[in-house]
Design a protein around this ligand. Structure first.
Ligand code: HEC
Ligand code: HEC
Length: 162
């Protein structure tokens, strides 16, 4: 059964207002903080609750240091985001990223059995690479110190201790 949540924000999002007109009268009370049920999920589980979806979306925004409109197009007439639209390339890039991220965890990290790793160290998230930036920052190692390297890298010719 599809949940039809009709609310103030839904009324201004064209695809949803269309749904709202076609749907039979809803017995659901108004939940102003809830968004309409998603209708265009291609990689996330289709039966995800609106609450879970919002937690995930807030997580993406934080991990990339962006607002929702980084991935979701703003409707020029209503000035509200059209979450269902796939117009922005960033949204489709994010889909590829979600699939990549899942594959890293499921296919590769699942093979690593490291008893020292805490649960959050065993998984890659958007934040692992993005760290609050929409484009991951290139890692630059600290400048090398003068002189020969220290720390057990003995010269091969060093005579063994008697
Ligand atoms: C980094 C990109 C990104 C950011 C930032 C982002 N989203 Fe999304 N959002 C997506 C992607 C990708 C999907 C589609 C997922 C899929 O296809 O399974 C989506 C889907 C949705 C949907 C479902 C639309 C539908 O009808 O299927 C809603 C609602 C939504 N996002 C709300 C938000 C809100 C609210 C924010 C800000 C708090 C936000 N998003 C931030 C990438 C993003
Ligand atoms: C393994 C590292 C890694 C992980 C994990 C990762 N990303 Fe990315 N992401 C990248 C790299 C590298 C780029 C730049 C790709 C390019 O521009 O060619 C990128 C680019 C992006 C972009 C496009 C940014 C722009 O300015 O156009 C989006 C959106 C994005 N990632 C979303 C996500 C989301 C959402 C997640 C979590 C589901 C995620 N990424 C996880 C490495 C990662």
């Amino acid at each position: 059964m599809r949940r039809t949540v009709i609310l103030a924000v839904a009324a201004v999002l064209s695809p949803y207002s269309l749904l709202a007109q076609q749907a039979p009268p809803s017995s659901n009370p108004h939940h102003p903080m809830t968004l309409p049920a998603p209708v265009n999920l291609k990689v996330l589980p289709k039966d995800i609750s609106s609450k879970e979806l919002m937690t995930i979306m807030r997580g993406y925004s934080q991990a990339l240091g962006v607002h929702c409109n980084f991935c979701h197009v703003i409707n020029e007439q209503t000035h509200h985001p059209d979450f269902t639209s796939d117009e922005k390339t960033e949204k489709n890039t994010a889909r590829t990223m979600i699939t990549m991220n899942n594959e890293i965890n499921n296919k590769y990290l699942s093979q690593i059995h490291d008893p020292d790793a805490a649960p959050d160290q065993k998984t890659v998230t958007c934040g692992t690479c993005h760290r609050g930036h929409s484009m991951p920052v290139t890692y630059k190692p600290p400048p090398e110190r003068e002189g020969p390297p220290h720390g057990g890298m003995g010269h091969p010719d060093t005579p063994a201790k008697p």
